[in-house]
Write a protein that binds this ligand. Structure first.
Ligand SMILES: [Zn+2]
Length: 136
């Protein structure tokens, strides 16, 4: 199956089905020229590498219904499979006082074994650190 369609059908659609709300896609596939132009990482999964595609999502639409990036991130981390999940930068606290990322990056593979790895990372612009699932 197409690597991009795999992410849309097997990751993003189930996520939408769970929240039953519009979830904004900030970035999905990027050709090399676009990735370079916006300063994306040299080996960004957004350019589709081997069997992995990537998507960035945020709460621009869903927060009107009380669903913030933090809620989306927690749901993914605890209930879904993925190759990589990245908590991208710190946003303002949610109205409930929770830390929340500015956006969420997900890399998703056509290989189900890879998606069981669930590598979860945090970045604030200085490289990537492991995100501790037990603290959220
Ligand atoms: Zn991304």
């Amino acid at each position: 199956m197409c690597i991009i369609k795999n992410l849309a059908n097997n990751f993003f659609q189930p996520l939408r089905n769970h929240f039953k709300l519009p979830i904004k896609i900030n970035s999905f596939f990027r050709c090399k020229e676009l990735n370079d132009a916006i300063g994306g990482s040299k080996y960004s999964d957004h350019m589709v590498n081997d069997d992995v595609a990537a998507i960035d999502i945020d709460d621009t639409y869903s927060k009107e219904y009380g669903i913030y990036n933090r809620h989306i991130f927690d749901h993914i981390a605890h209930n879904m499979e993925y190759y990589k999940l990245i908590y991208e930068y710190e946003d303002k606290l949610t109205p409930g006082g929770l830390q929340s990322p500015k956006w969420i990056h997900i890399s998703y593979s056509t290989d189900p074994i890879k998606n069981k790895q669930k590598t979860t990372l945090y970045t604030n612009g200085n490289g990537y650190k492991p995100f501790k699932l037990d603290i959220i």
